[in-house]
Design a protein around this ligand. Structure first.
Ligand SMILES: [Zn+2]
Ligand SMILES: [Zn+2]
Length: 176
């Protein structure tokens, strides 16, 4: 049993972590482009309890359920345990995403207390920045603050050479 649990944990954690860049990629490249008609409902005021975008949130659920079912009912062996771990990791990410994104950021679940923790507050602010721009990052949720920080650093880096290209006060004096 211990070996099985170790396999589940060893597979579930990296799968859950990999879901963040995957979700960010889908959000930026697919939701905000080809599926904007559906995702737009998340960027406008919600009328009622649900929005069309909720359908996108459940897109990965059948895959996770299938992996877990295979992990429970499939032929005994390592592959079965790996499938179970992968399904578990996807579910873990889905639950965490629902709590933080839908619950904390959009107030759809009673988890406002999480916002008192600095990390969650930074995640919330980064995602709110995404909502202020119609088509602009950060597209990731948990790594949203990092995306924002990278963006600021890149902006500074592009401005810096322009500033240094202009003659400084001492250079101006010598050229007169
Ligand atoms: Zn969006
Ligand atoms: Zn949102």
């Amino acid at each position: 049993m211990l070996t099985k649990v170790l396999i589940w944990v060893a597979v579930a954690l990296p799968v859950a972590a990999a879901m963040e860049p995957w979700a960010a990629l889908l959000h930026g490249r697919v939701w905000h482009r080809w599926l904007w008609l559906v995702h737009r409902s998340h960027h406008t005021a919600r009328r009622g309890r649900f929005e069309h975008n909720d359908a996108l949130s459940f897109l990965h659920a059948p895959i996770a359920v299938a992996l877990i079912l295979w992990g429970c009912l499939g032929e005994p062996g390592v592959l079965r345990e790996v499938a179970f771990g992968a399904g578990l990791g996807m579910t873990l990410f889905g639950v965490a995403y629902a709590i933080v994104h839908d619950g904390l950021v959009h107030g759809r679940l009673p988890v406002a207390a999480l916002g008192r923790l600095r990390t969650f507050d930074r995640i919330r602010r980064a995602h709110q920045a995404h909502h202020r721009r119609e088509h602009g990052g950060p597209y990731g949720l948990f790594l949203g603050p990092r995306e924002l920080a990278r963006e600021v650093a890149a902006r500074r880096a592009t401005r810096a050479p322009q500033r240094s290209a202009r003659p400084g006060p001492s250079e101006e004096k010598t050229s007169r």
